[in-house]
Design a protein around this ligand. Structure first.
Ligand code: ADP
Length: 546
């Protein structure tokens, strides 16, 4: 029989993260580019005080534990306070992605039954447009001060600063079960309705510990962290929780995510570590190259959400001395599941071999387990060759969706099907070859659309590329590459095909290349392959007549 241990039974609660930062890193700063314009700077001690004022305000509004509170907001200090005030008092912080289509936003707010909404000035018109369809919302708090309050048709509008300043900064964070819901985030739902992932205090705190580890993101109180990934996209990858845990300074970019604004804020705040999707870093790189600027303090930046092209990792390292850390995850995994860092003994490898490893999606961080299986759910070998459906499990992996019965994505034995297709090598490095629905099926074999896209963007004249499967009479599907060329470039189909030679297997070569001005994207900045497939569904490949 096992024996019960004799340690203090203290639940892991989100309120303790900011409590720690207040007590031991109270003078460390949080810098925000505000929507109103100026840069706002204050400390963890002041943030904690205002979070308590806001918690009192929420209680006064009648908010109860378990209520969902929606936010439609950029990364900034007020959004940070809302994270802690809502979860800390036992309510649920529901971050809403404003880039979704308005009917989807309305669906999400109604599905979550948000009782109050907090909205940045930018998104007031968006909410005005859907206000009539919102069922449970009792009022909206505009995240600004009195002087900037807009004229609005929204019912029951409150001003954030007036609300916060009207309440005491004394509030005892309640102690409750660590399995209590803390925040809610809907997946972008490229197929069907968005699904809610309901995080717990426990999953959030454990995820913070895990991502702070040296071989994960390696957070220290000496770091200055700028999450460019939005706070409405899987809690900004957990950084608003992990930074106070580590005592790291935070820098929030607000609404301005262009290369010039990001670089300016990085220099102003002394940012050492940032995080965002590849398109953000592509924009920043373009700006740096055009202006000849350098980074004063940035040492590393995390990239994920879509595959980071190897060429991007190389450019950051070779031209700017910045370590681009490739990570993988999804809303359902809080989101970080794996990070690609070199193992001991790998330093002696050639630059080429090291880069090939860093371009993979990486090894599971502690807490996450991974496996790949075939269509019959049989485990596949970790030999870097076999690829199959990626399944994961762990204490910060979603067990089922909010208000839904367990579905086919969740196995009875506790594994979650990610919808990604991957290989795993003998060292445990996972490499995403595709999303299950995007893989190109040619003659019973699979071609990785991601690999084709990464190869294409390594060409200096390619800005962005998407590979999709197009119907083929003999092979079932063959790859079509849809490309945005650099303005002014005279790159041809033949020229690009030549560039592919020797870089991918011959039978993976695209059957055709089409140049376009624009590619469709999802609300989280990923290529919208469903739309592309629809657009090219009657496309006749030149090889189809063979
Ligand atoms: P959604 O699934 O709704 O698009 P998520 O933001 O949760 O929203 O996206 C998770 C998916 O993003 C993963 O399943 C994977 O397909 C993709 N993804 C995330 N990180 C990477 C990465 N580093 N490389 C390739 N794909 C990635």
């Amino acid at each position: 029989m096992t024996m019960r241990g004799l340690m203090m039974d203290q639940p892991l609660l989100i309120s303790s993260l900011l409590g720690h930062a207040e007590e031991y890193h109270g003078t460390t700063e949080i810098v925000s580019r505000t929507i109103e314009g100026p840069i706002h700077t204050y400390t963890y001690a002041e943030a904690a005080k205002r979070a308590r004022q806001l918690a009192n305000a929420l209680v006064a509004l009648g908010v109860e534990p378990g209520d969902r509170i929606g936010t439609v907001a950029w990364n900034g200090f007020r959004h940070f306070e809302i994270y802690y005030a809502t979860s800390g008092m036992g309510a649920v912080c529901h971050t809403i992605n404003p880039r979704l289509f308005p009917p989807q936003i309305s669906y999400i707010i109604n599905h979550a039954e948000d009782s109050y909404l907090f909205v940045d000035l930018t998104f007031v018109p968006l909410l005005e447009g859907i206000a009539d369809s919102l069922k449970a919302v009792k009022g909206t708090v505009v995240m600004t001060d009195r002087d900037h309050m807009p004229e609005t048709s929204l019912p029951n509008v409150l001003c954030y600063e007036t609300l916060v300043r009207g309440h005491s900064d004394r509030f005892d964070w309640p102690v409750f079960d660590e399995g209590t819901a803390s925040s809610l985030c809907y997946t972008s739902g490229t197929t069907g309705n968005p699904k809610g992932v309901l995080y717990t205090h426990r999953s959030t705190v454990l995820h913070s510990y895990a991502i702070a580890l040296p071989d994960a993101l390696g957070l220290s109180c000496r770091d200055v962290v700028m999450p460019v990934v939005p706070m409405f996209h899987v809690n900004a990858w957990g950084l608003p929780y992990a930074a106070p845990m580590a005592g790291a300074k935070l820098v929030f970019p607000g609404a301005r995510m262009d290369g010039e604004s990001l670089h300016g804020l990085m220099e102003l705040g002394g940012v050492t570590l940032s995080a965002g999707v590849p398109t953000i870093w592509a924009g920043l790189l373009r700006h740096m190259r055009e202006t000849g600027k350098r980074f004063g303090s940035l040492t590393r930046t995390v990239v994920g959400g879509s595959a980071a092209p190897r060429a991007m990792i190389e450019t950051f390292q070779d031209e700017f001395g910045v370590d681009l850390i490739h990570a993988w995850g999804m809303s359902e995994t809080s989101p970080i599941g794996s990070v690609s860092r070199l193992k001991p003994g790998m330093d002696g490898l050639s630059e080429d071999a090291k880069m090939a490893i860093r371009a993979k999606q990486g090894r599971p961080i502690f807490g996450i387990r991974m496996k790949i299986v075939d269509d019959e759910d049989k485990p596949l070998p970790h030999d870097d060759v076999a690829f199959g459906h990626l399944k994961v499990s762990g204490p910060w992996v979603c067990a089922r969706y909010f208000k839904e019965e367990p579905g086919p994505t969740h196995d009875e034995d506790g594994w979650f099907s990610t919808g990604d297709v991957a290989t795993i090598d003998a060292d445990g490095y996972m490499s995403i070859t595709d999303r299950s629905k995007d893989v190109i099926k040619s003659g019973g074999e699979w071609i990785s659309s991601i690999e084709l896209e990464n190869t294409a963007v390594a060409h200096p004249d390619v800005v962005e590329a998407a590979a999709i499967g197009v119907a083929h009479p003999k092979w079932d599907e063959r790859p079509l590459l849809v490309v945005i060329r650099r303005p002014g470039s005279d790159l041809t189909r033949e020229g690009l095909l030549e560039f592919f030679e020797g870089k991918v297997a011959k039978w993976w070569l695209p059957d055709d290349i089409v140049f376009v001005e624009e590619l469709p994207h999802t609300a989280t900045g990923k290529l919208l392959k469903t739309r592309l497939r629809e657009q090219f569904k009657d496309y006749r490949l030149p090889t189809a007549a063979e």
